[in-house]
Design a protein around this ligand. Structure first.
Ligand code: KG4
Ligand code: ZN
Length: 341
């Protein structure tokens, strides 16, 4: 390791994954440990915040130890501790924030609070060494749907957001309605491969006068109405056809708006970020649309699209290099806005 290498220990506990990672110079992942609570929450059909917090408390120290061990790194070699401090579930965030603060204090290392969505966007830097701002980005996670201009590292201009449900939320709700259960996104993705995406014409919602905003609640209602209608008529449904048709409606809207945004703002690079960016149909659709327009498309591999700490280490590195430091008074901010520091 050269003299100037910067090592960040990163911690992420905003929802249902307890994660820690060691990242070198912002883009090289030395370790990336993710302890998923999915099997636990599956029993309840969704994330139960109190259970998530308790599980994070149980796992956080072993996960951090494992991340340091996998990276063959001692705490004394670390240059800073980065941690997600929002947005997310407050009780879940607090576990990571408290652990990171304690480690930073005990080891005498600087602490850097990171915005969770800034982390999702930064996941793109890990596997694409050539990617540098500025670029256009489609952020699609369980809690957020945004079209943003990434003006510089950690500097965003939001052009559009969802008016109601986030894209991931729509996947989760529709999956529950057709009986696929939690977590909905990956289950719809898999089921849709057996179905016909043209079989049911679900609406593609556009928001009047706001070309970069999204709305998914109308689509969700259309799916629920379709299911009720079929039930009342005593007709069965094809889970695969509903999944494929719903997914197509979401993917088409996301692709159309992302392409219009990228072209109208004059960018030649589009990145996708967040859990829904691991959706196979969305990846294929965006890749095809970008290729047809000569726009370079970037997306992290699926494991780095969903919640992980490597992305927090990457974003934390750029904040650290800008001189950003959080005091030991750092608190969890469940509704933290993008661009607020
Ligand atoms: O980014 P993420 O891991 O956590 C948040 O920050 O919210 O995103 C989780 C969301 C969930 O709604 C999940 O259903 C969705 O991402 N998701 C997917 C897929 N994998 C995860 N949605 C569609 N297709 C997938 N393959
Ligand atoms: Zn996330």
């Amino acid at each position: 390791m050269s003299e100037k290498d910067i090592l960040i220990l990163a911690v992420e506990t905003s929802c249902d994954e307890t994660a820690a990672a060691v990242v070198k110079n912002g883009r090289t992942v030395l370790s990336n440990v993710i302890s998923s609570q999915v099997p636990l929450h599956t029993l309840y059909g969704g994330v139960v915040p109190e259970i998530a917090s308790r599980k994070h408390i149980e796992k956080i120290i072993p996960v951090i130890r494992e991340a340091l061990k996998d990276a063959d790194t001692a705490l004394s070699d670390i240059d800073a501790v980065a941690v997600t401090y929002g947005p997310g579930l407050v009780g879940a965030l607090l576990v990571g924030v408290s652990a990171a603060k304690s480690i930073a204090y005990a080891a005498g290392k600087p602490l850097v609070g990171v915005h969770h969505i800034e982390g999702h966007v930064a996941a793109n830097f890990i596997e694409h060494p050539d990617l540098e701002p500025p670029f256009a980005c489609l952020v699609v996670s369980g809690g957020h749907t945004h079209l943003v201009e990434v003006l510089d590292y950690g500097v965003f201009r939001i052009a559009g957001s969802t008016r109601d449900d986030a894209a991931g939320e729509a996947f989760d709700k529709v999956a529950r309605a057709i009986g696929l259960g939690y977590p909905g996104g990956p289950k719809i993705d898999r089921k849709a491969r057996e179905g016909d995406p043209f079989s049911i014409p679900f609406p593609k919602a556009h928001v009047e006068g706001a070309p970069y905003d999204f709305s998914f609640s109308g689509l969700k209602s259309a799916v629920l109405n379709y299911l009720n209608h079929r039930k009342m008529q005593g007709l069965g449904i094809s889970e695969a056809d509903v999944a494929a048709s719903f997914q197509k409606a979401v993917v088409d809207v996301l692709t159309e708006k992302a392409m219009a945004f990228t072209e109208e703002k004059g960018y030649r690079k589009l990145a996708a970020a967040g859990g829904v960016a691991s959706n196979s149909a969305l990846r294929a659709s965006l890749a095809g649309a970008c290729a047809a327009r000569g726009i370079r498309f970037y997306v992290p591999s699926p494991l780095l699209c969903t919640d992980n700490a490597a992305m927090i280490g990457c974003a934390g590195y750029y904040e650290f290099m800008k001189g950003e430091r959080s005091g030991l008074s750092l608190n969890a901010v469940p509704n933290l806005k993008l661009g607020n520091r």
